[in-house]
Design a binder for this molecule. Structure first.
Ligand code: IPM
Ligand code: MG
Length: 347
């Protein structure tokens, strides 16, 4: 960011927010209303990585990251999967550039789960609040002594429609003729509605629509990744398939993503977590975070700056100025410095 500021004479106004495990352990705060106000006043948010072994699983993830995505209505999570040769682990050399669009506010990520029955009593009630609707549901176990655990996956027609609109427009803007939609419509009822809406939109936009089951998609990503362009995927399958995608492109350290709220404030982050096993060693790969910055700049309309950052990453990857996870010897700071130099000296 400093290199971009210097090289292009931009006067970016940066504000830092102390959000994460450290503050949570100190003050008990996760994502506060004040944090959200700060973000809403910004043009975009660049987020680090989250997760800390001192905090029970789910607290930071739901209380910070998922709350950010849903409160800011960042309903599309854009996760490119590109072939960063020579780091691609496939035997057959092939070039690919898959654009995963992961739906980011619905499906099994509603936080609509719980346990009931047995000693917990026979009823569970839950409420879901989204920008598009709010719902209250009750589940009752009658005459049954057993205990149950459940998680409700939910899709709203409006939610699917806005996601489909984004996907077709995105593919069209990239000159593609159609998109792929991933689901498990052969088993899970709600994806039937998703297919219906996407099929209507495909007619409306005059673009092709190709269906893939999530399990077959996992296979096809390994056997023929070059055949995919824009891929729309519901939230949970998107989580899984994009980790596979990250590894395909050369490693989790290379994955970047944008949580997009069209017309609102978007948030950009690497797709990896905080890698607590290597904390403090200075060997974390900075590329995922740097590519997230490139996506942020592109999203705000700074095309040249975004390209400068992207090409600095490409140059580091091809000259081997990389961290040990990619077989290099550079520290996180040294790899970051090299990318900065490349931005600064760009003609
Ligand atoms: C991701 C992460 C998150 C998710 C976790 C940390 C909640 O795995 O961004 O892919 O499941 O979305
Ligand atoms: Mg994930």
């Amino acid at each position: 960011m400093d290199a971009v500021t210097l090289r292009y004479g931009r006067d970016f106004d940066l504000a830092y927010s102390d959000i994460g495990a450290e503050r949570y352990l100190r003050t008990g705060e996760l994502l506060t209303d004040g944090d959200l106000d700060d973000m809403r006043r910004s043009d975009a948010v660049l987020f680090g990585a989250i997760g800390d072994p001192r905090v029970a699983p789910g607290i930071l993830e739901k209380g910070i990251l998922l709350r950010m995505r849903t409160s800011m209505d960042q309903y599309v999570n854009l996760r490119p999967v590109r072939s960063w040769h020579p780091y691609v682990p496939l035997k057959r050399e092939t070039d690919f550039d898959i654009r995963f669009l992961r739906e980011n506010t619905e499906d099994f990520y509603m936080g609509a789960g719980g346990r009931f029955g047995g000693s917990r009593g026979g009823m569970s009630s839950l409420s879901v609040d989204r920008s598009l609707y709010s719902l209250r549901m009750e589940l009752r176990a009658e005459g049954c002594e057993d205990e149950f655990a459940y998680e409700i996956g939910l899709l709203s027609r409006k939610g699917v429609e806005r996601f489909a609109d984004f996907a077709f427009r995105y593919a069209a803007s990239r000159g593609e003729e159609g998109i792929t939609l991933v689901d498990k419509a052969n088993v899970i009822e709600m994806y039937g509605m998703q297919r219906e809406v996407f099929a209507e939109k495909s007619e409306e936009y005059g673009m092709r629509l190709n269906f893939m089951y999530a399990d077959a998609m996992a296979m096809a990503m390994v056997s023929r990744p070059e055949t995919f362009g824009t891929v729309a995927v519901p939230n949970l399958f998107g989580d899984v398939l994009t980790d596979l995608g990250a590894q395909l492109q050369g490693g989790l350290g290379l994955g970047a993503s944008g949580n997009i709220c069209p017309g609102g404030v978007s948030m950009f982050e690497p797709i990896h977590g905080s890698a607590p096993d290597i904390a403090g060693k200075g060997i974390a790969n900075p590329i995922g975070a740097v590519l997230a910055l490139s996506m942020l700049l592109e999203n705000l309309g700074f095309a040249e700056e975004a390209e400068a950052v992207g090409s600095a990453v490409r140059a580091c990857l091809s000259e081997g100025s990389v961290t040990p996870d990619l077989g290099g010897t550079l520290s996180t700071a040294a790899a970051g410095k090299r990318m900065g130099e490349l931005v600064l000296t760009r003609r």
